[in-house]
Structure formats: structure tokens, C-alpha cells
Design a protein around this ligand. Structure first.
Ligand code: GSH
Length: 243
């Protein structure tokens, strides 16, 4: 393959999944930073890549159009190369199950916990709710990994790659690693993979400083837009639900 793949992204767990996958597959790729804290995802140029205005987005010469959603990107790259996802059989669908758990539950719930616990949202109801969801999800992972070497069974797969960047938040989310020994065994095993070292280096070199700079230079209006805080929000009395 001559032309490198291009990944639009930032320093974030959903982007890290794709960078890890590309390093595992040893495919050549370029990274392009999107300053989401400054609203670059809402420019017409970026919306043409992903109308949902989120990173990551993959440009691959083998696809006619840009591909968004990290789970779809992992799925595509696995199918494109025939690696990290069997072509058929029960193991394939077990991997899909855990990929969906990541996309539907782990990412959204831990992402909300990041917002309300780590980024300074001050809503006790919200941070309590998402901490409870996170507790349930970290417990699910630890229990699963106590029974299986890898999340979907006997082989390292795109399900492990999808979950790993989010599982790195365990301590920041104030859960005890000692209470999650199987999760820690699995996480340490992934940490030791050469592709992870390379992916971390690429993330640090191409994204970390730029994302921090965008975040610290964001105006209050930029942050309101990024966090979806607007003056038109209904009051938090749930009346909209009953209307
Ligand atoms: N389900 C999506 C989530 C992507 C996502 O939430 N991306 C964040 C960064 S991690 C983003 O681009 N946020 C910008 C925004 O929502 O305006 C995926 O897994 O790709």
C-alpha cells in the first residue's frame, strides 16, 4: 500500500483506539489534529468528513468516503486486513458483542463521568449517576477478565483495543485497582505490547500538546459550545419528559 491512511483526532480515548489498531496492523498513517475545544469540529470542512462533528475520522484510499465512529473504524480495519476479528463463527460475534458494549455503554457512561467528575461539572446527581454506571462497568470487566484471558475469549481482538483506552481511567475515576485484579492483569498485559508503546508515542508527539493548548486557550464561549451548555436548555425539572 503506497498512500498512508489519515486519522483526524485529538488526545482522547476514542482516537487512541484507532491509533493502537493502526500500530497493531503496522499500517502507515498520518495524524491530523482537530481542536475540538476551539470548535474546529463545527467547521464546514470537518462537517463534510463527519456530520456528527466528532473525532476520530479515518480517510482510507480503499474507501470512497471518510469513515467516522471508532468502532466502525476498528471493524473496517480488521476486515480490510483479516486481523484481530475472525471472518466467521461464534468468536466473531462474541467480539462484536464486547465491541458494542464498549460503544454503547463504556464510552458513553465513562465519558459522562469524565465530564461531571474530572472536567468540573458540578452536578451531584449527574456525577453520582455516572459513578454508579462506571462502578457497574468496571465490575463487569473485572468479572469477565477473571474468567477469560481476553475480553472476548482466548484471543486479543478489536474488543480489547476498544475497551483498553477507557479502562485506563480506573484510578482517575477513584476505583481501587486492588479490587479489580483481573482488569489490572489484562491492562498491564496490553500496556506491555510494542504496538501500545508506539501508539502512545504517536499520540504524545502529534496530539497531546495540541489538545492541551486548544483546551487552555478555549474561551468560555468555546467551552460552552463544546460541552453543549446553552441558554436554551430546559430547566432541570424534567417537565419536558411529561409534555
Ligand atoms: N462514538 C464516537 C464518539 C466520538 C467522540 O465522542 N469524540 C469526541 C472526542 S473523544 C469528540 O469529537 N467530541 C467533540 C464534540 O462532541 O463536539 C466514537 O467512538 O468515535
Amino acid at each position: 500500500m503506497s498512500q498512508p491512511l489519515i486519522v483526524y483526532g485529538m488526545h482522547s480515548p476514542n482516537v487512541r483506539k484507532v491509533v493502537i489498531m493502526l500500530e497493531e496492523l503496522e499500517l502507515p498513517f498520518e495524524l491530523r489534529h482537530v481542536a475540538v475545544f476551539k470548535g474546529e469540529q463545527f467547521t464546514p470542512e470537518f462537517l463534510a468528513l463527519n456530520p456528527l462533528a466528532k473525532v476520530p475520522v479515518l480517510l482510507d484510499p480503499e474507501l470512497e468516503e471518510p469513515l467516522a465512529e471508532s468502532g466502525a473504524i476498528l471493524f473496517w480495519l480488521a476486515e480490510r486486513t483479516g486481523k484481530l476479528l475472525p471472518a466467521q463463527g461464534g468468536a466473531r460475534y462474541r467480539i462484536m458483542q464486547w465491541l458494542m458494549v464498549q460503544m454503547a455503554a463504556i464510552g458513553p457512561m465513562l465519558g459522562q463521568l469524565n465530564h461531571f467528575q474530572l472536567l468540573g461539572g458540578s452536578e451531584p446527581y449527574a456525577s453520582g449517576r455516572y459513578a454508579a454506571q462506571a462502578k457497574r462497568l468496571y465490575r463487569l470487566l473485572d468479572d469477565r477478565l477473571a474468567q477469560h484471558e481476553w475480553i472476548a475469549g482466548n484471543s486479543y481482538s478489536i474488543a480489547d483495543i476498544a475497551i483498553y483506552p477507557w479502562a485506563r481511567y480506573l484510578e482517575q475515576h477513584r476505583f481501587d485497582p486492588a479490587s479489580h485484579p483481573a482488569l489490572m492483569r489484562w491492562r498491564n498485559g496490553i500496556d506491555a505490547r510494542p504496538a501500545i508503546t508506539r501508539a502512545n508515542a504517536r499520540m504524545d508527539a502529534d496530539f497531546t500538546a495540541k489538545t492541551n493548548e486548544a483546551r487552555f486557550n478555549a474561551t468560555p464561549a468555546d467551552l460552552d459550545r463544546f460541552f453543549g451548555r446553552t441558554e436554551t436548555m430546559p430547566p432541570a425539572d424534567f417537565s419536558i419528559v411529561t409534555r
